[in-house]
Design a protein around this ligand. Structure first.
Ligand SMILES: [Zn+2]
Length: 422
């Protein structure tokens, strides 16, 4: 098969991205190894020698595994795009189920499920080999399998009908379908954010309100009140069911809002430290980071659908990957464009990740500063960050370029410096 000019561009984009990822990974590994022999002076009072060694090994192991995934993903993508399997399966689907919205939604859905099945061995290895080797894994085979089944059922119940509706909109609204589709998807996302804490998250975890009268509860509610953060409940989630890693977040809107602390976090931190972590989370809310991120993702959905609508009108785009033009049924050209866009978007968006992370790191600094102001002291948060870095075996010495590219949070040193400077 002779490749069209655009197919060659796509191939180059895939290669360049994979090479960039592998190069960044190697760069970071080398940087970690240079510092591996002894605990850097600046961390002396924070981690002991054995913990530091484990964090180095954990970083290197994750990094090597990531390289295998990168190579596999790139090979799979090239195979899918240039092996002819996609147009072949698409035509087969149409022949079997007719040219209808249901058939095409079924095709996209089946493809998505097939991709997630292909990635299962990697997810399994990451959890039961890699995480397990460093003592983080607490997931049982049963929990892991059940998580997958629940995820699949949610996709059938929520994802598939949404897909059908988006395709129906093409029929109902004509050339401007993409505006309607974007509005629908955004409305769906908002609804999901609203109901997730009440309906979806309890499918995966148990949430227990902090016991009435406990000193921790009093302390955290006092903080919420002091910072004027409307919350009705602070709950502890059984994160230890899957992993020793720890986290905290808040979720939902209005009266559905709740603050969630992982049980692992509660057991790892002292009360003043927990308070500072919560203050940081409240900072995200107070500084309107949630709204700002939402606004950006809304713009993203519109841009994505506009791109698909435009690409679906360019025969050179889907023909480059072996799809035929279907006259008379718009969705039959839009669906291949959607699929190809979904597969190729990452090769472009990858290059924007440093920008997006720059933005999200700024949010983290703001939330840290908010926590310092609301507690009146930087020390509890500094202690909390140190403890969490140690417990999670986070990489203490990432290469600066690597962290610029991939880190949504500033490194421990950067955060400490900002917290302690005035
Ligand atoms: Zn944060």
């Amino acid at each position: 098969m002779a490749l069209s000019p655009f197919a060659i561009v796509a191939l180059v984009l895939i290669f360049v991205r994979a090479i960039a990822e592998l190069w960044l990974s190697r760069l970071n590994q080398r940087h970690v190894r240079v510092h591996a022999n002894e605990v850097p002076l600046i961390f002396h009072e924070m981690v002991d020698e054995p913990t530091y060694r484990r964090s180095v090994n954990y970083t290197l192991a994750k990094s090597r595994f990531g390289e295998i995934v990168t190579v596999f993903d790139a090979a799979l993508l090239i195979g899918l795009l240039f092996g002819g399997v996609l147009p072949w399966a698409f035509e087969k689907f149409m022949a079997a189920f007719g040219i209808s919205d249901w058939a095409m939604a079924g095709f996209l859905f089946a493809f998505g499920i097939a991709l997630s099945i292909i990635s299962l061995p990697f997810a399994w290895y990451a959890q039961f080999k890699l995480e397990d080797r460093f003592g983080f894994n607490t997931t049982t085979m049963k929990t892991w399998a059940l998580d997958r089944v629940k995820g699949f059922l949610l996709a059938v119940l929520l994802g598939f009908p949404l897909l059908v509706l988006v395709l129906k909109l093409i029929e109902w609204t004509g050339p401007n379908w993409w505006i309607w589709a974007a509005v629908l998807v955004i409305a769906f996302q908002l609804l999901l954010m609203l109901i997730a804490p009440a309906v979806i998250m309890p499918l995966f975890n148990k949430f227990t309100p902090l016991p009435e009268g406990s000193t921790l509860r009093e302390r955290l509610f006092a903080l919420a009140k002091r910072t004027d953060f409307p919350t009705r409940s602070i709950e502890v989630m059984d994160g230890s069911k899957r992993s020793h890693h720890s986290n905290a977040f808040f979720t939902g809107f209005g009266r559905f809002r709740k603050i969630v602390l992982f049980d692992t976090l509660v057991s790892q931190l002292a009360e003043p430290e927990l308070e500072s972590v919560l203050a940081h989370e409240i900072g995200h809310y107070k500084k309107r980071h949630v709204l700002k991120s939402l606004a950006v993702s809304i713009v993203g959905v519109f841009v994505g659908f506009a791109a698909v609508a435009w690409l679906a009108r360019q025969q050179w785009f889907y023909r480059a990957f072996g799809f035929e033009h279907h006259a008379g049924f718009a969705a039959a050209n839009i669906v291949p464009a959607m699929l190809l866009f979904a597969l190729l978007a990452g090769t472009i968006s990858f290059w924007f990740s440093p920008l997006i992370h720059l933005w999200s790191r700024r949010f983290e600094y703001e939330a840290d500063a908010f926590a310092r102001e609301s507690i009146g002291d930087a020390q509890p948060l500094v202690q909390a960050l140190r403890r969490l870095t140690e417990k999670n075996l986070s990489n203490l010495t990432p290469h600066p370029l690597y962290s610029r590219f991939y880190y949504s949070h500033p490194t421990l040193l950067e955060r400490e410096r900002a917290l302690l400077s005035r």
